[in-house]
Design a protein around this ligand. Structure first.
Ligand code: FES
Length: 125
């Protein structure tokens, strides 16, 4: 099951080769997440309206390999925007993917940009 995690590679802005046009900004709940598909990846995309920011990360939670993070609650951990997995509440930084309340592997995060009311996710391949 862990091989699912190899599908996801954290991507820094400077390594983006493809800006994938995911969906209209209206397709994402305010202060919530939705899942999009890019190739064989499921990506959780968050419209963090309270911070006026957008975030993207792998949808799979590394705890039990469930595709659920897009349905997680978003919030704040000492100034770090985070998502809590809806199943067992493991939390991850939306900035760098770090597991904030445990020792799970970091999740992969991806750059997001908004252009003309469309959401684009940055991938390195
Ligand atoms: S599956 Fe995500 S915390 Fe358990």
């Amino acid at each position: 099951m862990e091989e699912i995690l190899e599908t996801y590679t954290a991507t820094e802005l400077e390594h983006v080769k493809v800006w994938f046009k995911a969906a209209s900004t209206k397709d994402f709940p305010v202060d919530g997440g939705a899942c999009i598909k890019y190739k064989d990846k499921q990506i959780a995309v968050f419209n963090f309206a309270r911070l006026d920011k957008w975030y993207a990360c792998q949808n799979v939670c590394p705890h039990k390999m469930e595709m659920v993070l897009s349905r997680g609650m978003i919030g704040d951990d000492k100034g770090t925007p985070k998502v809590a997995c809806p199943l067992h509440k493991k939390t991850f930084s939306l900035e760098n993917g770090e597991n904030l309340n445990g020792d799970l592997e970091a999740i992969a995060t991806y750059p997001v940009k908004i252009e003309n009311d469309f959401v684009y996710i940055g991938f390195s391949e």
